[in-house]
Design a binder for this molecule. Structure first.
Ligand SMILES: C[S@@+](CC[C@H](N)C(=O)[O-])C[C@H]1O[C@@H](n2cnc3c(N)ncnc32)[C@H](O)[C@@H]1O
Length: 242
């Protein structure tokens, strides 16, 4: 029954998309056709994820087990909220227990420049800039013991189409996460951050290696093959001694 209703919903979304396609430019039509064929888009509808990016974090977390029940997570660039949905499930911040009523309750705080529809178990700082010290101060208030176990960042600027420029802009945003980590990440904590590959990626990797014991590059299967998108997974944070 559930399966039938999910299939019907997925078919309904596909039909809506096809109707909308008629009024679109060729580039928009190509994007929509790609969406229609994409198995991760279909699966995200079926599993009620807000977008396909959920599968990137699921894949990373299935492999590296960063998100534990009771953990505190900061999700940077969280809109529309798919990564936060995954984090809420994994750290049990909605208290649903996922079959274990004794599982500890975690905390999820999402930040974005955009609005994020409410999500049970997550606190969202909408219209907030991750790089702004005012946001950092609010985060400290929201986190238990003013510390996070994990910082996630799927942040991305609006792409200008100039690959090199977009790459540098995103890397600069990632540098700001190192400052954020110094304020909120607990020693031993982890950081996952998206970047677009290019000339400055090595510099970011080196800066991360200065404060984390291990830094590795990840390209999840759910990340489109033709995209320069990559993730750094940095683990075992060492707070710099001043
Ligand atoms: C690819 S989307 C994130 C998708 C999200 N991980 C999810 O699963 O729903 C990138 C987001 O980064 C946000 N963003 C870009 N720059 C930001 C900044 N300085 N502060 C906060 N959010 C930012 C954008 O508004 C956008 O919503």
């Amino acid at each position: 029954m559930l399966c039938f209703s999910l299939q019907r919903r997925s078919l309904h979304s596909s039909l809506c998309l096809m109707k909308k396609m008629k009024s679109k430019t060729p580039a928009e039509q190509r994007w929509m056709q790609r969406q229609l064929k994409d198995p991760y888009v279909k699966a995200s509808h079926a599993l009620n994820f807000r977008c396909r990016s959920a599968f990137k974090l699921l894949e990373i977390d299935d492999k590296f087990r960063l998100l534990q029940p009771g953990g505190s997570v900061v999700d940077c660039g969280a809109a529309p909220g798919a990564w936060s949905q995954v984090a809420v499930q994994r750290v049990n911040s909605a208290g649903t227990g996922e079959g274990d009523p004794a599982a500890p309750h975690g905390t999820v705080v999402g930040i974005d420049l955009m609005n994020i529809p409410p999500l049970d178990g997550a606190h969202f700082l909408c219209s907030h800039d991750v790089t702004d010290p005012v946001t950092h101060a609010k985060l400290l208030e929201l986190l238990p013991n003013r510390q996070a176990h994990v910082i996630l960042s799927d942040m991305a600027p609006n792409a200008s189409g100039f690959r090199e420029m977009d790459h540098v802009k995103l890397i600069t945003m990632c540098f700001s996460l190192i400052d954020l980590a110094e304020k909120i990440l607990q020693p031993g904590g982890s950081l996952v951050c998206k970047y677009w590959d290019g000339i400055s990626a090595r510099e970011l990797q080196e800066k991360l290696s200065n404060v984390f014991n291990t830094v590795q590059i990840i390209k999840p299967n759910a990340s489109r093959k033709d995209s320069s998108e990559r993730y750094f997974l940095a683990r075992m944070y060492r707070k710099p001694v001043k």
